[in-house]
Design a protein around this ligand. Structure first.
Ligand code: AMP
Length: 391
């Protein structure tokens, strides 16, 4: 169907927004949407989900059940998604009844690493050097050409370092290929980076653009661990990262929110690692530290409303709370809440598994060093605090 939403014809509060996917990103979107007076319907294969707990309606069905998908899309005024692995057929089915934002074409490009990197490279944007790999022979050729170490990643369904392996010698090619066990992969040069950065952006239907960051990210076991904003980088790197992000939005034609993750090399060059056409874990600190957070921008952008200010209210640091924090039982939350400039966010997940994102802490301070120290100290205090008896 044609897309009628624009700044002249916005979807106003009171309307119903549809979300595909029901994790924490959908939850924080739903909270922002409901604060603005919208209704939210969420669609996913699960029930009692982080998003479903705060939505007006939770629909539990398979993404490939296109009858249910169509029914969901008929019941909402616009559809968005909170993770890249929503099947392309699902968003296509939605688009017959309701506008999908960012557009299905954006999702299609970003949900496959090869399509994404090829698109960005062909658009003249800086990406990590890569080759497509469909067989062991192609892998060996790629390694011979680009050298080791290198990173072999599945083309589809990868996130948080899942489906990837570092290859340090040619001898390791065969076991890496059989271990990955997929028909299509991407072989990237291993970047000995100085740091990892991200820029979260939002673009309205009239091309208005707002960005956050760059945000400085550190990972642990390939999962985001701590983010700080502003990142500790020069003005030149900041301007460059924002300009590249703006170009990604323009080239892809994104209306909505998208995050660009970068490697900053030791020589000061920015290389795009990946993009995600949705709010991003590194942008969670915008909830407490910025005038308008990434989730409210998602609502505004997909509804054709003016974007809010992305101005920074305070330097901040975010520390993820993974399932590991629950190792010895329910943490004693007071151990973190005694820090007055710290905000606790929990996602309502029933089961705490190691590596599962359960919540996060955001600390505000006069500079990012103090904020980071506070966020880490509060998280350590939670780990130490151990059990809190639940009545
Ligand atoms: P990804 O799932 O592609 O975001 O990768 C997760 C993490 O693995 C990144 O945040 C990096 O820390 C690391 N990584 C991924 N690709 C590379 C690469 N080409 N060179 C060095 N480190 C990488």
């Amino acid at each position: 169907m044609s897309d009628p939403i624009s700044r002249n014809n916005p979807i106003l509060p009171g309307a119903t927004l549809g979300m595909l996917g029901s994790g924490q990103l959908g939850r924080m979107f739903a909270i922002a949407a409901r604060r603005l007076g919208y209704r939210v319907h969420v669609f996913s294969p699960d029930c009692n989900t982080p998003t479903g707990q705060v939505a007006d309606l939770e629909i539990q069905a398979d993404y490939l059940d296109l009858d249910r998908v169509s029914e969901f899309a008929r019941g909402v005024d616009v559809v968005s998604y909170e993770f890249e692995n929503v099947p392309a057929g699902t968003t296509e089915a939605c688009s017959r009844f309701s506008p999908v934002r960012p557009a299905c074409s954006v999702l299609f490009t970003s949900q496959n690493r090869l399509r994404e990197k090829t698109f960005l490279r062909d658009a003249g944007l800086p990406v990590t050097p890569f080759v497509a790999v469909r067989s062991l022979a192609e892998l060996v050729t790629g390694l011979e050409r680009n050298g080791v170490p290198a990173v072999l990643k599945t083309a589809d369904w990868g996130y948080d370092g899942k489906g990837q392996v570092v290859i340090r010698s040619l001898d390791a090619a065969s076991s890496a290929w059989s271990g990955l066990n997929v028909p299509h992969a991407i072989l990237e040069s291993f970047i000995d980076f100085d740091s990892e950065l991200s820029v979260v952006g939002a673009r309205g239907s009239d091309g208005e653009f707002v960005s956050y960051g760059p945000i400085g990210n550190s990972h642990s076991n390939h999962i985001l661990d701590v983010s700080v904003c502003p990142a500790r980088v020069s003005d030149r790197v900041t301007e460059n990262a924002i300009e590249i992000t703006r170009a990604v939005f323009e080239k892809l034609g994104v209306v909505g929110v998208l995050c660009v993750e970068f490697f900053l090399t030791k020589s000061g060059e920015l290389l795009i690692n990946e993009t995600a056409p949705r709010p991003h874990n590194s942008g969670h600190l915008t909830i407490d530290a910025h005038v308008t957070c990434q989730f409210e921008q998602q609502v505004r952008a997909i509804c054709g409303l003016p974007l809010g200010s992305g101005a920074l209210r305070s330097p901040s640091a975010m520390a993820n709370l993974l399932g590991d924090v629950w190792e010895s039982g329910q943490p004693d939350w007071t151990a973190a809440l005694k820090y007055p400039d710290l905000k606790l966010h929990l996602y309502g997940k029933q089961e705490a598994r190691a590596g599962r994102k359960m919540g996060h802490l955001t600390a505000l301070a006069e500079n990012v060093d103090v904020a980071e120290r506070t966020a880490r100290a509060a998280r350590d205090a939670l780990r130490r605090a151990g059990f809190q008896t639940q009545k």
